[in-house]
Design a protein around this ligand. Sequence first.
Ligand code: SIN
Ligand code: NI
Length: 287
Amino acid sequence: MTPQQLQDLAEAYRRDGFVHAKGLIPAGEIAALTPAVDEAVATRKGRDTRALSEKTPYEQSFIQCQYIWEDFPGVRGLTFHQNLGEALGALLGAGKVRLWHDQALYKEAGGRETEAHQDHAYWPIAEADTITAWIPLTPVDEVTGCMGYVPGSHQADLEFVDIFRAQGQGEALVARQAADPVFCPAEPGDVLFHSGRTVHMARPNRSDRMRRAYTAIYFKDGCTRGGDRPHPSVDRDRIPQGGRIAGGATPVAWPLADGRFPEPQPWPESQDERFLRSRAMGTIPGR
Ligand code: SIN
Ligand code: NI
């Protein structure tokens, strides 16, 4: 991207809390990297034979596999793509950007809408300098489940919407906003960026195909741990309250030292019930 294009993106992002970067990554590269994400989802979820109707409402919104860059090295070309990194640096106004975590979000044929929420409420990060890159691996539109964003909502209050256990809170959140959501059909090669504070959601998948998307969350280097909410991205590196978030779980994504991708570190063993459940479900590595 030219400096002018990056500046234009950053201006729109600062104003709206989201921006659609068309053709940021060559579509051919996305096509070459997609099988690695598909393999990660197929392997992690291989033992889950439940029909959509047998899943929880949250799981009916998408199949979710996190930290896949760690156990599926072929994914790293996406996570640490330097076109992406350069845009992240411009949007966050940062000279160095770290990964919070990545995830595949595959919305099954017939899958429910993703209820509106603000991501940052789920993360123990004190500062507002967080951003999600949402990368479609297939064309997405109003039928297959494209994303929607409420412009300017990154400036509004941060609210915790329990999309995991409750239904209907997303609709109530949207009703409280000053603007209507803008839905964004997108093509492979495009990247949609939104701030951790922006109210966003996704349409249901009314097609007969899987809506495949890879997303990764990044933050400005220097952010600190805020709040005592447990989260593997800080707990694995034993980051204390107020401590700078910098460890093997949250490597520098841009710029890369010598252009080399980071290497993952092993997950510590734990008897924590949530950890064991996430692992058994294939949400995190290690089963
Ligand atoms: C989705 O892909 O359906 C939702 C993504 C998000 O909440 O960031
Ligand atoms: Ni979200």
